[in-house]
Design a protein around this ligand. Structure first.
Ligand SMILES: Nc1ncnc2c1ncn2[C@@H]1O[C@H](COP(=O)(O)OP(=O)(O)OP(=O)(O)O)[C@@H](O)[C@H]1O
Ligand SMILES: O=P(O)(O)OC[C@H]1O[C@H](OP(=O)(O)OP(=O)(O)O)[C@H](O)[C@@H]1O
Length: 221
């Protein structure tokens, strides 16, 4: 049997995603060794393998068919704009994409004045500002610790992920506008959806049952 290949965004989503797979009976013992530098893990019995990739590369692996399935944040899906099927919201990794900055930037933002925006997500930021008729934004691409930018004067505002809000608070910044809500999604290669339909559909059903169960427990509590 051909391996069904799953690409996981390494980092904070990978463990949560593996927990979900475990709960539908798909586990990978090899992945539990936290000290390991291994990137690919096989469950021979089920004919499935998992690999860990940089989050922003997951849609690329899936579009090209190097992975049949990917688990990745909606932020990355929007930013990468790859051709793939987004089949379900897994309800994990919930956060928001926001425009943030110091209180002093609010006025500048509201008056559509020239504004510099630092972000790891230039595509999402451009879409957001250009659709709102901002002609005067300069998008500055950064790769991490985005909250630094307004503090040291690289930009007036940032476009970044907010989860608990503690990074903003501890750095004297606020959410100025919310762009969208985010969560992890299961994505599927467009050809695999046909050729591996049965195996992929059974995973989707498994996750749907799990989420249904969780929702009904949540309502009862
Ligand atoms: N507080 C959060 N900060 C960042 N991402 C979060 C948060 N909560 C949930 N996520 C989701 O987790 C995904 C992976 O985030 P993570 O921080 O692990 O990697 P990354 O910072 O995007 O990657 P890298 O550090 O390799 O650039 C994000 O794309 C997002 O969808
Ligand atoms: O609202 P909070 O719960 O504080 O979470 C938000 C922070 O988490 C992410 O950063 P990450 O930890 O991925 O580090 P990075 O900035 O280096 O990417 C994100 O870019 C924010 O900085």
């Amino acid at each position: 049997m051909r391996y069904l290949t799953v690409a996981l965004a390494k980092g904070r989503l990978a463990d949560k995603a593996m927990e979900l797979f475990g709960r539908i009976g798909i586990s990978c013992e090899e992945m539990k060794d936290k000290g390991s530098r291994k990137l690919i893990f096989v469950n021979e019995e089920l004919g499935i393998r998992f690999f860990l990739a940089k989050a922003s590369d997951v849609p690329t692996y899936v579009e090209y068919g190097a992975a049949d399935i990917g688990i990745v944040g909606k932020d990355t899906i929007l930013e990468e704009g790859r051709k793939l099927y987004e089949v379900m919201d897994l309800g994990i990794g919930k956060c928001r994409m926001c425009v943030c900055g110091p209180e002093s930037a609010r006025e500048r933002l509201n008056h559509h004045e020239l504004i510099r925006v630092a972000t790891k997500y230039p595509g999402i930021a451009k879409d957001y500002f250009y659709n709102r008729k901002y002609q005067t934004v300069e998008i500055i691409k950064l790769n991490g610790s985005i909250e630094l930018a307004p503090i040291v004067g690289l930009s007036e505002v940032i476009v970044d992920i907010v989860e608990t809000g503690s990074t903003l608070r501890e750095n004297g910044l606020l959410v100025l506008e919310e762009i969208c809500t985010l969560s992890a999604r299961m994505v599927v290669n467009q050809v695999s959806m046909k050729t591996e339909n049965e195996r992929i559909t059974s995973i989707i059903r498994g996750f749907q049952d799990l989420l249904r169960e969780e929702n009904s427990q949540g309502q009862q509590a």
